[in-house]
Structures are given as C-alpha cells and as structure tokens.
Design a protein around this ligand. Structure first.
Ligand code: ASP
Ligand code: MG
Length: 403
C-alpha cells in the first residue's frame, strides 16, 4: 500500500465536469489500495475574482480579512470534490485548515507552513477514507486564517508530502509535464522524463512556469520526489528528483526564455575604483534586483559604459535611484525594454566542455547579437533583442539535440 499526495491545480478543477473527472482519478487510486490525500486549488480564475471583489471595497483591503476571503476559493473545491467522491461511493471528507490544523508562521498573505497535525487524517486514511485538503492556506497561532502566497497550493502539497511521509507527491496540472522548451512556440519541444530539482528551478525561474519555485525548493531541501503530470491525459509526466539519480546523456536539458528583463546602460562613467559600488549600492538599498552586469573596456582609459539588467517593471525606479542617489558622474542613462533573456539549462553542462562556445556560435550563425551574458554551473543566459527570441530558441533547441 502506498501513501500518495495528489495535488490538483485550478484548471484541473475549473468546472464541475472536471471535478467529476478528478474524482474518478482519485477513485482509481483508492481502488488500487492506495491511501490518498488530495490537495486542491481554487477553481480556475476564482482567486483573481475574489481579489477583484476586495478591490471594489478598498485597494488597501484589511489583510486579515483578505486571507479569510481568498481561502474560501480552495474550500469550495474541497467540498465539491468530496461530494463528487461520495457520489461515486468512495469514502471522502474535506479537512479545512483549522480543522487539521495547518499551522503557519509569518505575515498575512505571505505566511509559511510550519506544522501540520497528522493524527486525524492518518486515522481517516487508515479507515479507507480519502482526505481532501485546501491548498494555499493555514492558521496562525492566534487562530487567524492565513494564506501562503500565490500559487501556494504547490507548497501545501510538498509540505503535506513531507509531514505525512508520503511515498509520492504528484502535481496534476493542465500540461503533461516539463518540456525542453515552450511547446506552444516550438512544436518539436519534447517532454522531459526526468529532471533534477536544480534544473527545474532554473527552468521555472526562467519562464517555464509549471510549478511554484519555492515549492520545488522545499522539495529539494527535504529530498521529496515530485511528479508533474496531466489531469487530462494518461501520459507519463515529468519526474523531478535529486541529481545523483539522473544519467545525463545530453549537456543541455532545456531552453527557456523570459521577457521580464530590461537592459540599462550608463555611458561615460569615470573609470576609477568604487564606481561599480557607487552604482549598485543605492540599487540594492532600493530593493532592485540586478541580474547581469557588463563593464566595457574604456578606450580612452578615462570613461567607460556600464550595462546591467533589471526586471522590466523596475526600470523607472532604477533610473530614478541612479539619478537621485548614486555619487557617480556619467553622460547618460539609456534603457532598452525590448529585450529577451534566453537560457540553456542542463546539469550535464558541468561535465561537457565547449557548451558556451557552441551557444554563441549558434546565435551568431543566426545573425543574433548578444547584449549581455551570465552563467552559473548549470545555466547559460544571454540577453538579445526581443524580436529574435523565437529564432534563438529554435536554433538552440536544434543545436543541443533537443528536437
Ligand atoms: N488559488 C491560489 C492562487 O491562485 C493558490 C493556487 O492555486 O496554488 O494563487
Ligand atoms: Mg499553480
């Protein structure tokens, strides 16, 4: 007998028909003798709808009440799914955050799960019941209802898998796994069967949004194997686990892209010790996250250009901070928001020489200019003109044998 945590995202429970379908998936598991804990999201669009309602009252809606409001989305799904299972003659019951309880720490709207009482649910599972738990919420030690951040049902699933010592944690969603690149843009993209936590984190933070990154991080920390699979097909999903268990035949696992970045160049900066510090210190105080940095060689040995990237929605704030606070002399601050970040990710890179060169050559063959570069152990990212994005990912996908 296997203890399974099954998490169903918003689109998987988006209509009554889909909830019935999910009930059938659970029924099958239960009839195979598995113990099932299901974690559910709010029905697709519900959480946004609730947020809009609160905005109609006030843009500064009270945070405690905001959490009470938002937590209802998942509670609706819990009741409907339990009801659907009962209709199929399966013993099922919803366990709400305060009934379990799921204890959280930290602020409203951004709390963190610290403990879950396993007793009642384990007893219920032992009596052949299916437990349905709302994702995304808990209660504080003052017994206030809390939520744990958007997309937080993934985090609930991972925490439940850990604390209940589950054998598997399966994330059911509307795609059938993690792909080597965006399958909507590149039809030859392939589903990845196995991927390491690190690669998954790089891919999701770079734009392949399949699972909440912080949930993957928690899974990595406690070594909880995950599987992402589709609610709507029977196909095998993607298994996410630790690197030691993966055999790397390819240097690159996936090609990701994002259009969240902008490039800022400060020209005519006096080239002397301390300038970089004087630029980036006020930015860090202003909570601006700087990603890539390039300093050009100064041709006259007196002035230089410094280029870096920030999140697109931080551009105006960044320019203002530089103008108001940095103690540097410069000629001009220029920005370009029409850029994309394209990255290749692969744990196999560590042991394969020449990956960097191969990427740059591939881009140059396509006549694509590289505007900035950053690297980590398992990732190589470049900034290019946004209009070249598709051409770049197509080429890299081919060159690294992913088609
Ligand atoms: N319903 C919440 C959200 O939309 C949590 C989740 O679905 O994971 O953010
Ligand atoms: Mg989600």
């Amino acid at each position: 007998m296997v203890k399974k945590v099954l998490k169903f995202g918003g689109t998987s429970v988006g209509t009554i028909d889909r909830i019935r379908h999910v009930a059938n998936i659970i029924k099958k598991e239960q009839l195979q003798g598995n113990k099932v804990i299901a974690i559910v999201s709010a029905m697709a669009g519900k959480t946004n709808e609730l947020i809009s309602l609160s905005n109609e009252i006030s843009n500064e809606f009270n945070k405690r009440e905001f959490d009470v409001l938002l937590s209802t989305g998942e509670q609706v799904t819990c009741a409907l799914l339990s009801g659907a299972l009962i209709k199929l003659n399966i013993k099922a019951k919803s366990f709400l955050n305060w009934q379990i309880p799921i204890l959280t720490d930290g602020e409203h709207t951004n709390a963190r799960i610290v403990n879950i009482n396993v007793e009642n649910i384990n007893e219920y599972l032992g009596n052949n019941g299916v437990a349905i738990i709302p994702g995304f919420q808990g209660i504080s030690k003052n017994l206030d209802i809390t939520t744990i951040g958007r997309g937080g049902s993934d985090a609930t699933a991972v925490a439940v898998a850990k604390i209940f010592n589950a054998d598997t944690c399966e994330i059911y969603t509307d795609v059938d796994g993690v792909y080597s690149t965006d399958p909507n843009k590149i039809p030859v993209a392939k589903k990845i069967d196995k991927i390491s936590y690190d690669e998954m984190l790089e891919l999701s933070s770079l734009g392949a949004k399949v699972m909440q990154s912080s949930a993957v991080q928690t899974a990595m920390m406690y070594n909880i194997p995950l599987e992402v699979k589709s609610t709507f097909t029977e196909r095998k999903g993607t298994k996410i686990f630790s690197q030691e268990n993966i055999d790397y035949s390819k240097s690159v696992t996936g090609v990701a892209y994002s259009k969240d970045d902008a490039k800022i160049t400060i020209t005519g900066v006096k080239d002397r010790p301390g300038v970089a510090a004087n630029i980036f210190e006020p930015l860090s105080k202003g909570q601006i996250n700087v990603d890539m940095v390039i300093q050009n060689i100064s041709s006259d040995l007196k002035t230089t250009d410094i280029t870096f990237t920030v999140k697109r929605n931080d551009v105006l704030k960044t320019k203002k901070i530089l103008k108001d606070y940095s103690k540097i002399e410069y000629k001009e601050i220029i920005h370009n928001e029409k850029v994309a970040k394209v990255s290749i990710v692969g744990a196999g890179m560590v042991s394969t020489p020449g990956v960097t060169y191969k990427m740059f050559r591939a881009l140059s063959d396509e006549g694509i200019n590289i505007l900035a570069i950053s690297t980590s152990e398992i990732k190589l990212s470049v900034i290019i003109e946004e209009s070249n994005t598709l051409k770049a990912i197509k080429k890299l996908h081919t060159v690294f044998d992913l088609d």
